[in-house]
Design a protein around this ligand. Sequence first.
Ligand SMILES: [Zn+2]
Length: 272
Amino acid sequence: MVRFIDTHNHVGLAELDESLEVMGRKASSVGVVAGVITTGCLEDFERAREVAHRLGWGYCVGLHPMYLHEQSDEDVQKLKKFVYEHMDDSHLVGIGEIGLDFYVSQPDKALQERIFKKELELAAETHLPVSVHSRRALYRVMAMMADYPQVRGALHAFVGSEQEALQCVRRGYFLGFGGSMTYEGSKRVRRALASLGSQALLLETDAPDMAPSFAENGRSTPVDLPRYLQEMSRIRGEDSEALGRVIYENSFLAFPRLRNVVELTKNFVATA
Ligand SMILES: [Zn+2]
């Protein structure tokens, strides 16, 4: 059976249609062995940590560009403190969700860039990968990340062009694809997805957001990942099992600490 990692989601932080345990059981029954829960604000850090431990998943902490406010400079200090206090927690696998969002109305670009820069600095200092959000801001995201060539990670929910995708891959970033590729109208995303080598690809749901075209309730869930792989392999004209295996391994290259988490969970299940 193909195994899956949901490399970007907000499971446990927003309302789900079912309990965490039920979702976790359903997800593992279709081959989802782990996920990376990403956070957007300080208030979510502890909860993400707790849920990640309960499910045997990984989590990232970061300040999302859409939720910044006047206290965000202080919040970065608290983010740093949290990261350093939890560096020994193997479930902490990265910094995210961070980035730039120039699509919101009247974005405070200076604030967003200041906070993003500090978060990239933190990622560089701690050697943790990043999970990056970018809307209408990819050129700035790429320019800012170029100042931190040692920082690796994933551009989540990638919707750029073929040329932009290639540029990201050349820099060694992974590109996360999810719900948007399931829409017939997502021509640009599908073209970019079809043009890339499989070594750059990740699967993600952004659950419960970014509902796929087949969702009946307007939400996504990690349980959908096998259908995402089918869709991806169809778009790319590639065998789904082989592609699934490559993407599974890519997930650990993008978030190296996740491998330990998955090994731990397996041992736990084996000895339970
Ligand atoms: Zn997200």
